[in-house]
Design a protein around this ligand. Structure first.
Ligand SMILES: *Cc1c(COP(=O)(O)O)cnc(C)c1O
Length: 381
C-alpha cells in the first residue's frame, strides 16, 4: 500500500459486529469474560482498548514499523522511552529541542540519576565524542524547533548502531508523510499526535513506533504499569485526522514554500529559516531524507526588536497567536516570549533565536489570504 492509502486503510476494518465502516469509540473500562480468564483478548481498558489498537496499528504502518504504542500525550510517550534507562545511564540529545522534552530530561530524569548532554548534531564528531560508555540513548529531533535545523538521521543513527546504543527520533515536525526515521536506521520514532497526525488542534495524544519486539513489549508494559494511556474518544479523533494527513501536509508544504518566498522578498524581514531554500545549511540533507520541506517557517525582523515582533503578532487576522502547530489553521508564535522564554537571552542569541524571531505553523487555508495577512501585519511596522 502507498502512503495515502495507508492513512485511510492500514489497520482499519469495518466493525465485525455491525459493519460500521468507521472504527467505533469503545467507551468501556472493562470487558465481559465467559469464565474467569476467558475473554476475547480484552480484559481491562488500561491494558487494551479496540479503538486504541486500531490507531496503534495505523500509526505503525505509516512509519513502516511493526508496533505502535499510544500514550496520553507526546511527553507521556517520551517518558516511556526514558523509562528504558536506569540510574547512571546517560542520554546524548540534539541541542535545539522541544522545550517540554528538554524539561523532562533535565527537571525530571536528572533527579533519578539519568543525565542528558546536549550537542550540535550537525557536527558528527561532536556526537561521537559526547557518547561515553554510560550513554544508552541518542535523542534526535529534526527539523528542530524553532530554528528549523536539519539533522542527518541516517548518519547519526549509524553512529548509535556503531556504539551499540538506542536511537529515538522525534518525528513530530515532519510527520510520517514527509520522513520515516525507521527506514533511516532509527530504533524508535516518537510523535506528538497532538500536531500533524491529529491535525485539527482538538486532541492531545502521543505515539511510539518500533520494529523491535522487546522494545514494543516494554512500551506496552509501561502503558499498563504506569497508565499514561489515551482515551478511546481521543484515539478516534486522531484516527479521523490521519485519514487526511497526506492531503493536509502536502497543502501546508505548498503554502509554506510560497510564504517563505514572500517573507524573503519583504524589506521588513531579516532572516527567513526554511529548509526548502537552497542556501539553508540543511537543504541537501532535507532533500535526501524528506519528501517536502514541511509546513513550518521561522523569520526575524530587519529591525530586530522585541516590541516590533509583538506588534506583528497582534496585527495578523488569519494567523492565530497560539502555541502548538500542525493543525489545519495557521498559527503564529514568538518563541522568545512564549515557548523559549525560560532559555537565557545569550543562549537564545547564540543559536539565532533573536528577540524578533517569529514562528509560523502554516495551515491549509488559501495561500493568498495568508500572504496578504502577513504583508498587512508587516506593513504596519
Ligand atoms: C508538542 C511536541 C511534543 C510534546 O507533545 P505533547 O503531545 O504536547 O505532549 C514533543 N515534541 C515535539 C517536537 C513537539 O512539538
Amino acid at each position: 500500500m502507498k502512503f495515502g492509502t495507508k492513512t485511510i486503510h492500514a489497520g482499519v476494518h469495518p466493525d465485525p459486529v455491525t459493519g460500521a465502516v468507521m472504527t467505533p469509540i469503545y467507551q468501556t473500562s472493562t470487558y465481559a469474560q465467559s469464565a474467569p480468564g476467558e475473554h476475547q483478548g480484552y480484559e481491562y481498558a488500561r491494558t487494551q482498548n479496540p479503538t486504541r489498537t486500531v490507531l496503534e496499528n495505523n500509526i505503525a504502518a505509516l512509519e513502516n514499523g511493526k508496533h505502535g504504542i499510544c500514550y496520553g500525550s507526546g511527553l507521556a510517550a517520551m517518558d516511556a522511552v526514558l523509562k528504558l534507562l536506569n540510574p547512571g545511564d546517560e542520554i546524548v540529545s540534539t541541542n535545539d529541542l522541544y522545550g517540554g522534552s528538554y524539561r523532562l530530561m533535565t527537571k525530571v530524569y536528572q533527579r533519578y540519576g539519568i543525565k542528558s548532554t546536549f550537542v550540535d548534531f550537525n557536527n558528527l564528531d561532536d556526537v561521537r565524542n559526547a557518547i561515553s560508555d554510560k550513554t544508552k540513548l541518542l535523542w534526535v529531533e529534526t527539523p528542530t524547533n524553532p530554528m528549523l535545523n536539519i539533522v542527518d538521521i541516517e548518519a547519526v543513527c549509524s553512529i548509535a548502531r556503531e556504539k551499540g546504543i538506542l536511537s529515538c527520533v522525534d518525528n513530530t515536525f515532519a510527520s510520517p508523510y514527509l520522513q520515516n526515521p525507521l527506514d533511516l536506521g532509527a530504533d524508535i520514532v516518537l510523535h506528538s499526535a497532538t500536531k500533524y497526525l491529529g491535525g485539527h488542534s482538538d486532541v492531545v495524544l502521543g505515539a511510539l513506533v518500533t520494529r523491535h519486539e522487546e522494545l514494543a513489549e516494554q512500551f506496552q508494559f509501561f502503558q499498563n504499569a504506569v497508565g499514561a494511556i489515551p482515551g478511546p474518544q481521543d484515539c478516534f479523533l486522531v484516527l479521523r485526522g490521519i485519514k487526511t494527513l497526506h492531503l493536509r501536509v502536502e497543502r501546508a508544504c505548498q503554502n509554506a514554500e510560497k510564504i517563505a518566498l514572500v517573507l524573503k522578498a519583504s524589506d521588513k524581514v531579516g532572516k527567513v529559516y526554511y529548509p526548502g531554500f537552497t542556501d539553508h545549511p540543511g537543504h541537501e540533507v532535507a532533500k535526501k531524507q524528506m519528501r517536502h520541506f514541511g509546513g513550518m517557517v521561522s523569520f526575524d525582523l530587519a529591525d530586530d526588536r522585541f516590541e516590533l515582533a509583538v506588534k506583528v503578532l497582534s496585527n495578523t487576522k488569519i494567523f492565530t497567536l497560539a502555541e502548538s502547530l500542525g493543525g489545519v489553521e495557521s498559527l503564529i508564535g514568538h518563541p522568545a516570549s512564549m515557548t523559549h522564554a525560560s532559555i537565557p537571552r545569550e543562549e537564545r542569541l547564540k543559536v539565532g533565536l533573536t528577540d524578533s524571531l517569529i514562528r509560523l505553523s502554516v495551515g491549509v487555508e488559501d495561500v493568498e489570504d495568508l500572504t496578504t495577512d502577513l504583508k498587512q501585519a508587516l506593513e504596519q511596522l
